[in-house]
Design a protein around this ligand. Structure first.
Ligand code: PYC
Length: 316
């Protein structure tokens, strides 16, 4: 297990949720399609993932983003997102963090940029006020009103939707969506995720549903809804979750509750907001966009001494 030390990273948070963008020192994954480079990253270089985002250099809440040379000449970057337990298809807050990082490094300016991800190309517009609009991958509801019996917690019903990751979206939250209730929210959402898996309830083509999302009315009447999102592993999204907001808007559109080109203000558990909307796509899909802001919090070199027992991170 070797590291090309140092690994240079820029840290940011998108409305509370941290991203760590690897700008140099990452593994050489070749120049093939991004999905192929992701396979190589996970099979040959998974120790880089855990070294970058797990303790002691990171924490379970950090989402990593490995910047890569894009395949298409008109893309600004390619990126693979990951966290303490594995890899993400897309990441809305992370894409906003990537654009803020590229702007901080002087690599992009105000305007539209194409970013390649393992699940498709997204467009991200950096605005003059430093906010970013992400035009996410096409999103859709796969199944509606699916019930699952959750041991110790009873029956929960929800929708299964794709927003760049797989989500189970539950409108009847087990308690108020406030930070003080995070332990209960994590416990119930984790139990729902396990129950879905044990019951064989999946996304399309048997995909594991790794994000669980609860909703409630917003706390601020200016907004449309409030959410709590359990991410893969045991961490929850501090932001309103870009892919989760995309999945939510796809369900609302399917229900006839969100017309195209209409603002949807998704409030997260900290009260921060992503402003979203959708354009109608093909075959029931929608093209969602979300707008938010990231702030740069640090720029550092991660160092790995040969005899450090935790140079590949701590795995709990
Ligand atoms: O913003 O899409 C998102 C996201 C996924 C996991 C954490 N944030």
């Amino acid at each position: 297990m070797s590291f090309r030390s140092p690994i240079c990273v820029v840290d940011s948070h998108t409305q509370g949720e941290p991203s760590r963008v690897v700008v140099s020192g990452g593994p050489d994954l070749g120049s093939g399609p991004i999905a192929e480079r992701l396979r190589r990253f996970s099979s040959e270089f998974d120790h880089f993932r855990s070294a970058i985002v797990c303790e002691p250099r990171g924490s379970e809440v950090v989402v990593g983003a490995l910047l890569l040379e894009p395949v298409q000449p008109d893309s600004s970057a390619a990126v693979i997102f990951f966290n303490d337990v594995g890899y993400l298809g897309m990441c809305g807050h992370g894409t906003i963090g990537v654009l803020a990082t590229l702007a901080y490094l002087g690599k992009v300016g105000v305007g539209l940029h194409r970013i390649e991800t393992p699940v498709g190309i997204v467009q991200a517009t950096l605005h003059k006020d430093k906010s970013v609009t992400v035009e996410n991958v096409p999103s859709y509801r796969f199944r509606s009103n699916v019930s699952v019996n959750v041991p110790n917690y009873g029956v929960y019903a929800g929708d299964i939707a794709w927003g760049g990751n797989w989500f189970f979206l539950v409108s009847d939250a087990p308690c108020d969506l406030i930070p003080e209730n995070r332990t209960t929210l994590i416990a119930v959402a984790t139990a729902i995720r396990s129950a879905l898996q044990e019951s064989g309830i999946t996304g399309a083509n048997g995909a594991y549903i790794d994000h669980i999302e609860f909703f409630s009315p917003p706390h601020d009447a200016e907004n449309s809804s409030r959410n709590f999102v359990l991410c893969p592993g045991a961490s929850f999204d501090r932001s309103p979750c870009g892919t989760g907001t995309s999945a939510k808007m796809a369900c609302l559109y399917d229900d006839g509750k969100l017309p195209a080109e209409t603002s949807w203000k998704q409030e997260g558990i900290l009260g921060t907001v992503f402003e979203g909307s959708i354009r109608a796509g093909h075959d029931g899909e929608v093209n969602p966009s979300i707008r938010g802001r990231a702030w740069i919090t640090g720029e550092s070199k991660l160092l790995f001494e040969d005899d450090d027992p935790f140079r590949a991170g701590i795995k709990f």
